[in-house]
Design a protein around this ligand. Structure first.
Ligand SMILES: [Zn+2]
Length: 285
């Protein structure tokens, strides 16, 4: 009898301790527990690690998790600085983890006295422009469980940086769309290498603005775009490996000279690809 009672007490203690441990752990969950790595700044991409069995939400979206709980999210050019992640733990308890983004300063260039017709495209082109924008938007909406986004990204082309993320021209006092890519100058025909594993979700030979255009899906909403290419060497639906040649540099579409405009997206948010690759080394190697 005594032995059975001891056994029951021991069992109860295990249950209570387990429950307490659960409570303590839940209360202790901090942003640190998510092991965020990347840039908590406007334009940044961040990878995290969810506790076992947890769900993570950001900006109203349930993030896709890998089997081991990794997730990714990104912040737009003008993302409000105060943000939070919502975590639903395996036991159903919910936690909100606030964080603050670092504010970016962007290059603004004011240009006065530009004739109107060089600023706005002819109405006859608008239909084509809208159609192509829809094609790119659909490619960026791709939501797969590919894992290329977990790799360390490499530069697709080496060369002088001639344009940076977030910069904006203001023509005749009217702000234009900000520049969302990094422009890398290179000779026409220079090979463009996939910066990470992925799947080609758009390969278009001649878009109105961006000419030869490609979008590669790296999983979980992360994609990269390549503009003004002179040649596309992989087709839509084709998987690519990091370092594989995907096309050649050109000046197709509305480009002033041969360069690669390289972009990074998290779904429809435009991120800064330069934050993913070694700083200032576009010219090296
Ligand atoms: Zn560009």
């Amino acid at each position: 009898m005594r032995q059975r009672l001891d056994h029951r007490i021991a069992q109860s203690l295990v249950i209570v301790c387990g429950w307490l441990a659960g409570i303590t752990w839940a209360a202790d969950l901090s942003l640190d527990a998510l092991q965020l790595r990347g840039d908590l700044q406007q334009g940044g991409m961040v990878i995290g690690q969810a506790p076992k069995g947890a769900q993570v939400r950001y900006d109203g979206r349930a993030l896709t998790l890998t089997e081991s709980g990794e997730f990714v999210l990104g912040f737009g050019r003008d993302e409000p600085l105060r943000q939070s992640l919502q975590v639903v733990l395996a036991d159903g308890s919910k936690q909100t983890l606030p964080f603050t983004l670092k504010k970016r300063e962007y290059n603004l260039q004011r240009i006065e006295g530009v004739p109107g017709r060089t600023v706005n495209p002819d109405p006859e082109h608008l239909q084509r422009i809208r159609f192509e924008a829809g094609q790119v938007k659909r490619a960026r909406d791709s939501d797969t469980d590919l894992r290329g986004f977990l790799q360390t990204f490499t530069w697709p082309v080496r060369g002088p940086i001639t344009g940076v993320y977030g910069s904006q021209r203001i023509y005749n006092g009217e702000p234009r769309r900000p520049h969302f890519g990094v422009d890398i100058a290179a000779a026409r025909g220079t090979e463009i290498l996939a910066p990470a594993d992925g799947l080609v979700t758009l390969a278009h030979r001649d878009m109105f603005f961006s000419g030869g255009t490609m979008v590669i899906d790296h999983g979980h909403g992360i994609s990269t775009s390549y503009l003004h290419m002179s040649k596309l060497l992989v087709a839509e639906g084709e998987p690519v490996k990091q370092g594989q040649v995907i096309g050649l540099v050109g000046a197709t579409g509305r480009a002033t000279g041969p360069h690669l405009c390289w972009r990074l997206n998290w779904y429809q948010e435009r991120l800064d690809p330069q934050l993913l690759v070694p700083a200032g080394t576009a010219q090296a190697q």
